[in-house]
Every structure is written in structure tokens, then in C-alpha cells.
Design a binder for this molecule. Structure first.
Ligand code: PLP
Length: 449
């Protein structure tokens, strides 16, 4: 089974974010089934999924309730559009539920099929909003270096991943980027607090450079996920909020990763006390069981679009897909009924923080940080206490060792990341930390060879 599947895959399947040739030579690992926080491969190995799929399987694998919600909805109404002045119960109920969970000034949702589509949607909404307000000159959107907002042309343009820009250009015009609040990587010459304020000051400088009445919105993840689980210093968000308020700039908080409990709050924005005008969502919305995303739209933008906008010429075939909506609704109901978000906040998040911090004593680790159920390790060369030579690909080596020994941990350069399902137990956190330590030991041994 393994070989046959690998051969078909090699012959016909182009994987996302993958060196096709290198993968073709190596062959893909075949994942066949999953339960709880574990995925299983075709060779009988069990792997602790430290990345919740791709930051999305918040409720863990094997939840029959989600399967049943899909089956019931598919039997009743598998698909219908929401373009023809039509709606259906799952989408209306999901919209209501999301608005109840979101900050109070958010009372509307626009549905999409993914997080990237959600970010395409915010780009168009923001520009439409300022045009309707008679300020079409407010065109610029500022994102952050190393931010990730998806792989569509708008998503990659809003994001600040240089390799994506290099390959995918030209980017959407009118988007620029400012520095990220990455203290370990870029700010160690100052205290974290001073660095957080310096990043906000860099945002203000950029606004003044572009023209103080020319900036429409600032887009950022509450905690940068794909860029390396970058938790901002405590001074960062309050200072950024003040800058945005000063120049009347909309805040787009991309909640695709941080939403639905990852940081121990329903939304990362609530953790940081933000009141964003727009919040793109996806991933944990359905725990990844079916693809669905959306944009939570605050009253300021929604009221203008509704009262003054006429037809908003934008939407997707799968905007408000009934089956995806039914699964998402059931997923939110289960997260709520089982008190999972509170558990991450009060129990699992603090427990992970305590256990994860222990890895900070490993010679290969320059920093171990976590927030809620998201964590990162910064790998350093013990000989120099600096980063390893890039050519050694220490992060990828550590990732591959983890994967071979039963743990999914992602590498972004030499930053190792975890974001396990939110249903993980304390015992499973112990196992995760133990596997990570073993992998660090083995990585150190091989790098020393
Ligand atoms: N925004 C953020 C913060 C993400 O992390 C991602 C995906 O990782 C996206 C948007 C894009 O979402 P999707 O892959 O569903 O298009």
C-alpha cells in the first residue's frame, strides 16, 4: 500500500510549499487515519500531531459528532448558494453563533472557503469602505514582514514572506510591510518592551512616509503563526492600537490561526484586548474537518457596506456552504460545551508553558516560548550561542528527526513550532515535551558529527 500510494503521488501530485523534485526522490509518508491527537501512517507508526494538522484540528481527530453533522446536512441539503437572495439554517445559525462569540462590536460575517479567500475579501472590503466614505485616497494597506495571510495573489501580497513575493509577483499594488515584533530574531539589543514600542514606532514612520491620510488598514496576526510563532512583547499591541487610532486606520486582525481557542481565548484579539474592524477566520472554525473560512466584520465597516454600498460584487460558490457550515456550527458547540477554550486558558496553556520552558535548558535552545497551545523553540549553535550556519538546515534536521520518531513539529528556518490539538491531555503534553527533548538530543549529536 505504501509503495503504490507513493508512486501515484510522485507521478501526479504537486504538493503545496514543496520542492517537487526533492520530494519525488524521497517519497511521501502516507498518512492513513487519525484519532485524538495522533495520526497513523501506512507502516503502522503512530505520530503525535504537534501541529494539529496545519494549525486547524482544534477538536482533535475522530469526532463522530462532526461526521454526523455533515451526514445529516448532506442528506437534507448538501449544497445551495447564498447568492440568489437565499439562505439556509446552518449558515444563518453559524453566523449568529460567530457574532455571539466575537467582540461585541462585531455583528456580521461574510463566508468564504478558506483563509486566503477571507484575506482577498478584506482587501476588497477595506478599499470599498474608504471609497464609500469619500476617502478613496486611503488606499495603502500595511502588513508585516514575515506575516502570512494566504497563497492567493492578494493573500501573498498582504503577507510579508519574501520568497513568495519573489516567485509570485507582481504583487497587488498599494500594499507595503513593516517590521515584525520578533524580539529573539531582531530585537535583542533592547528590552522586549522597548523593542515592542520600536516596532509600533516603525509603523508610524511608515504611515508618515506614505502620507498620513493615505493608509486604509493595518493587517496582522495577533501572534504571527507561520512566520515562527512570534509572540509580541506586551508593549506592542497597545502602542500599535494608539498609532492606528491617531491616523484613523482600520485594524484587520487575521485570526485564521489564533481564532477558536489557540491562545486560550475564542479569538487572539480578545487575549490582547484588540477591537479589530475585520477578522479573517478559517482553520479551527471547522477544526479542519471541512474547508470553510470567513470575515467577521465590525459594525463600522458592515453598517457602511449595508447602508451605503449597494451591491458588493464579491463572493464564492462555497460562501456559506451548508455542509461546511453545519460542521463548523457543531464544532463551535462542542468547543463551548466541553469548555475547551477555558481549559486552554486555565489549565493546558499554563501547563504547556511550564513544561515547554524546561526545554530552554537544552544547549541547542536559545529561547523556549509559548502562549496558550502554541509554542516555539529557537535553535542555536551551543558553541557560539548564535544561529547555526543556514547551510546546515538545523531546523529541518530537527523536524525530520521528530517526524521519524513520532512527533510532528514544524520548522521555520531554525525556529521549531508546535500547535497541538486543543484536546491534548497533560500526559500527552508530557509525551510531546519528552519527544521534543529526544529529538533535540539527536539533532545535537548529528550536527556535532
Ligand atoms: N491567514 C493566516 C494567519 C494563516 O496562517 C493562513 C494559513 O496558514 C491563511 C491566512 C491562509 O488560509 P488558507 O490556507 O485556508 O487559505
Amino acid at each position: 500500500q505504501t509503495q503504490a500510494c507513493q508512486d501515484l503521488d510522485r507521478a501526479h501530485h504537486l504538493h503545496p510549499f514543496t520542492d517537487f523534485k526533492a520530494l519525488g526522490e524521497q517519497g511521501s509518508r502516507v498518512i492513513t487515519h487519525a484519532q485524538g491527537v495522533y495520526v497513523h501512517d501506512s507502516e503502522g507508526h503512530r505520530i503525535l500531531d504537534g501541529m494539529a494538522g496545519l494549525w486547524c484540528v482544534n477538536l482533535g481527530y475522530g469526532r463522530r459528532e462532526l461526521v454526523e453533522a455533515a451526514a445529516v446536512q448532506m442528506t437534507e441539503l448538501p449544497y445551495y448558494n447564498t447568492f440568489f437572495n437565499t439562505t439556509h439554517p446552518p449558515v444563518a445559525r453559524l453566523a449568529e453563533k460567530l457574532c455571539a462569540l466575537a467582540p461585541p462590536h462585531i455583528n456580521h460575517v461574510f463566508f468564504t472557503g478558506s483563509g486566503s479567500e477571507a484575506n482577498d475579501t478584506v482587501l476588497r472590503m477595506v478599499r470599498r469602505y474608504w471609497a464609500l466614505k469619500g476617502k478613496p485616497e486611503k488606499q495603502w494597506i500595511i502588513g508585516r514582514e514575515n506575516g502570512y495571510h494566504g497563497s492567493t495573489v492578494a493573500g501573498m501580497s498582504l503577507g510579508g514572506m519574501a520568497p513568495m513575493h519573489d516567485q509570485g509577483g507582481p504583487c497587488v499594488p498599494g500594499i507595503t510591510h513593516v517590521r515584525q515584533p520578533y524580539w529573539f530574531g531582531e530585537g535583542q539589543d533592547q528590552s522586549p518592551e522597548a523593542f515592542g514600542r520600536a516596532c509600533a514606532a516603525a509603523l508610524e514612520e511608515k504611515i508618515l512616509e506614505l502620507g498620513e491620510d493615505k493608509v486604509a488598514a493595518f493587517i496582522a496576526e495577533p501572534v504571527q503563526g507561520a512566520g515562527g510563532a512570534i509572540m509580541p512583547p506586551a508593549s506592542y499591541w497597545p502602542a500599535v492600537k494608539a498609532v492606528l487610532a491617531k491616523y484613523d486606520i482600520l485594524l484587520i486582525a487575521d485570526e485564521v490561526i489564533c481564532g477558536f481557542g489557540r491562545l486560550g481565548a475564542w479569538f487572539g484579539s480578545q487575549h490582547f484586548g484588540l477591537a479589530p474592524d475585520l477578522m479573517p477566520i478559517a482553520k479551527g472554525l471547522s477544526s479542519g474537518y471541512l474547508p470553510i473560512g470567513g470575515v467577521l466584520v465590525g459594525d463600522r465597516v458592515a453598517d457602511t457596506l449595508i447602508e451605503e454600498g449597494g451591491e458588493f460584487c464579491h463572493g464564492f460558490t462555497y460562501s456559506g456552504h451548508p455542509t461546511c457550515a453545519a460542521v463548523a456550527l457543531k464544532n463551535l458547540e462542542l468547543l463551548e460545551a466541553e469548555g475547551i477554550v477555558e481549559r486552554v486558558r486555565d489549565d493546558l496553556g499554563p501547563y504547556l508553558a511550564e513544561r515547554w520552558a524546561e526545554l530552554g535548558d537544552h544547549p541547542l535552545v536559545g529561547e523556549a516560548r509559548s502562549l496558550g497551545l502554541m509554542g516555539a523553540l529557537e535553535l542555536i549553535d551551543p558553541a557560539t550561542e548564535e544561529r547555526f550556519d543556514k547551510a546546515l538546515s538545523a531546523g529541518n534536521l530537527c523536524r525530520d528527526i521528530c517526524f521519524a520518531t513520532g512527533l510532528v513539529m514544524r520548522s521555520v528556518g531554525d525556529t521549531m513550532i508546535i500547535a497541538p490539538p486543543l484536546v491534548i491531555t497533560r500526559d500527552e503534553i508530557d509525551e510531546l515535551v519528552c519527544l521534543a527533548r529526544q529529538a533535540l538530543n539527536e539533532t545535537a549529536r548529528r550536527l556535532a558529527d
